[in-house]
Design a binder for this molecule. Structure first.
Ligand SMILES: Nc1ncnc2c1ncn2[C@@H]1O[C@H](COP(=O)(O)OP(=O)(O)O)[C@@H](O)[C@H]1O
Ligand SMILES: CC(=O)N[C@@H](CCC(=O)OP(=O)(O)O)C(=O)O
Length: 296
């Protein structure tokens, strides 16, 4: 009997959070590095279904960098990254579209549906969700030490988001699972970093939360200690003083952009932890790093 009451108490602890997030949109970016082990993939699918059944509107945006890398390697095509972006020629673009829009997207959809959810997989091309343009990248020329534009192929940036298709899916109780591929004005296909897509979609939906699942506990300080909250105003300093580097830079920047676009709170959490999403949503302290506007 005592055990049953303890269980009921644990369930009741989640009540304030369920009330708070009822009817709200939560955008979850599911990174390629976070989708490795079978039990984690199942746990993720079940967390998403749980959110849906208790009245939230989860929207999944996924990556798949390592999965693209594996296929390119098997095809003996070399991957090159500049400022965290994969240089994407037309052959690479075909592989990216095939892997992200095909295998990775459908695996997530299958897992969610297998565990009792109702997911629909789309890319940013479907329903005109993401209008993209070629990303103009600048880099310092080491000889002249002046900035110049470099061509990294079919890498895109989001020009605009039309969330109609997401609204339509929500009205019919489907869970959208979105691959980060966008269509250009002239029918081009663009490969877009999944963090950037998640940030833009969260902003366009005015989501309550943007959760970025990654392969580390959260943002760490120079001593390697987890920073549990970051005010958006502190972000430029943390980047300029080298605390935040590499793949974490686009992540925190997209959190800042999402907050500026009206998202209430953003989180960078460890996707290698079982039930990471639920722990973030339904516990007092949450896990990982929250990036938000704390000071006025
Ligand atoms: N201050 C920091 N705190 C945590 N991770 C950091 C920090 N600065 C750089 N990183 C790096 O950023 C990585 C996460 O970015 P990335 O590998 O692109 O993730 P994903 O594949 O999930 O998109 C971490 O594994 C870590 O190596
Ligand atoms: C332009 C660019 O780099 N696109 C990424 C898209 C996938 C992605 O972002 O996957 P993760 O979230 O798993 O890193 C790529 O080609 O790898």
């Amino acid at each position: 009997m005592k055990e049953l009451i303890a269980k009921a108490n644990i369930l009741m602890e989640t009540l304030p959070w369920i009330k708070r997030f009822y009817g709200k949109t939560i955008v979850i970016k599911y990174g390629g590095n976070a989708m490795v082990e079978e039990h984690l993939k199942k746990g993720f699918a079940r967390d998403i279904i749980m959110m849906k059944y208790i009245g939230m509107n989860p929207v999944v945006v996924h990556g798949g960098g390592p999965q693209i890398g594996k296929v390119l390697e098997a095809m003996h095509i070399e991957s090159q990254f500049i400022q965290g972006m994969r240089v994407t020629d037309s052959e690479t673009m075909d592989v990216v579209e095939m892997v992200l829009g095909g295998k990775v997207n459908k695996e997530i959809v299958t897992n969610i549906n297998l565990h009792g959810g109702n997911a629909v997989g789309i890319t940013g091309k479907d329903g005109g969700l993401l209008k993209a343009r070629k990303l103009e990248m600048t880099a310092i020329n080491p000889d002249t030490l002046t900035p110049e534009i470099i061509d990294i192929g079919m890498v895109g940036e989001v020009e605009s988001v039309d969330p109609s298709i997401i609204q339509g899916l929500k009205e019919n109780n489907f869970i959208p699972v979105i691959a980060p591929i966008g269509g250009g004005l002239n029918g081009e296909t663009f490969n877009i970093n999944a963090d950037l897509v998640a940030g833009k979609i969260a902003g366009a939906l005015k989501a309550e939360k943007l959760i970025l699942l990654t392969d580390i506990e959260g943002v760490k300080d120079k001593q390697g200690k987890l920073i549990s909250t970051i005010d958006v105003q502190r972000v430029p300093d943390l980047i300029n003083n080298g605390t935040i580097s590499g793949g974490m830079i686009p992540k925190v920047n997209c959190c800042v952009e999402a907050i500026d676009a009206g998202v209430a709170k953003t989180h960078i959490i460890d996707g290698r932890m079982e039930h990471a999403c639920l722990l973030e949503m339904f516990t007092d302290k949450g896990i990982g790093t929250a990036v938000a506007r704390y000071k006025k």
